[in-house]
Design a protein around this ligand. Structure first.
Ligand code: ADP
Ligand code: AMP
Length: 241
């Protein structure tokens, strides 16, 4: 743990105020489902801040493991490069571990997980053991035809997960993160060719997860093709009802 004496007072006070504000928020356990480029990563930080949740994006965690060449990363890399899903056991393990973080105390946003029915069943089992359950599944419904432009124009600030788009959300200076001034990157799998296989995985393996939760009456459909602010407004309506 960081030595608190070394943390600047302003940071400490800001964190204290955030925790006080969060204490009055209801717990929420949310799943964001949608194809690559549907806007899950764009909406997640907004929901996270509003409800004091942790944002668990399995894609981000796997990319970090690949970059650090951990045993998990080594196992995951080949499937990720091809736009295929990595094994259920690998991702269930990382989610199980990540949900124990103190920042998940008020609940979580799962972004990119579960992506198969087996993962959904394992998640239900994990939560059942803690006497908890998923509250809502937000379905980022969108036509495939829109996604190539979104994916090939996406730029990312890897350490924060901030996302930009050359046309729809450009940074102030091209290729540079607005907040830190650090360089932005494009994901290796954000190409038109790899998108094809990612979409094929989505339709074949992940759409059944939407049916799985629909049968439980938990799914709210969003119009994810709309501009970001309109999608945010839809999310807020769903979450406040
Ligand atoms: P996902 O996390 O679902 O893969 P992202 O949130 O990273 O998708 O969005 C993909 C790209 O599309 C990003 O470059 C983002 O800036 C842009 N984007 C996100 N939401 C919208 C939207 N509603 N309209 C236009 N572009 C968007
Ligand atoms: P994403 O950042 O969500 O687009 O995920 C990038 C890649 O990570 C995917 O194409 C998969 O190879 C892998 N991945 C992420 N989440 C999962 C998951 N829940 N199950 C299996 N593979 C995953």
């Amino acid at each position: 743990m960081a030595n608190l004496e070394d943390v600047p007072s302003l940071d400490l006070m800001t964190e204290l105020l955030r925790r006080m504000k969060c204490s009055s928020k209801p717990d929420k356990r949310l799943i964001l489902i949608g194809p690559p480029g549907s806007g899950k990563g764009t909406q997640s930080p907004i929901i996270k801040d509003e409800y004091c949740l942790c944002h668990l994006a399995t894609g981000d965690m796997l990319r970090a493991a690949v970059a650090a060449k951990t045993p998990l990363g080594v196992k995951a890399k080949e499937a990720m490069d091809k736009g295929e899903l990595v094994s259920d056991d690998l991702v269930v393990g990382i989610i199980d571990e990540a949900m124990k973080k103190p920042s998940c105390q008020k609940g979580f946003i799962l972004d990119g997980f579960p992506r198969t029915v087996v993962q959904a069943q394992k998640l239900d089992e994990m939560l059942e053991k803690q006497g908890a359950k998923v509250d809502k599944v937000l379905n980022f419904a969108i036509n495939d035809a829109i996604l190539e432009e979104r994916i090939t124009g996406r730029w990312i600030h890897p350490s924060s997960g901030r996302t930009y788009h050359t046309k729809y959300a450009p940074p102030k200076v091209p290729g540079i993160d607005d907040v830190t001034g650090e360089p932005l990157i494009q994901r290796k799998d954000d190409t038109a060719a790899v998108l094809k296989s990612r979409l094929e995985s989505f339709h074949r393996q992940t759409e059944p997860v939407i049916d799985y939760y629909s049968k439980k009456g938990m799914v709210a459909d969003l119009h994810a093709e709309k501009p970001p602010k309109e999608v945010t407004a839809e999310v807020q309506t769903v979450l406040s009802s």
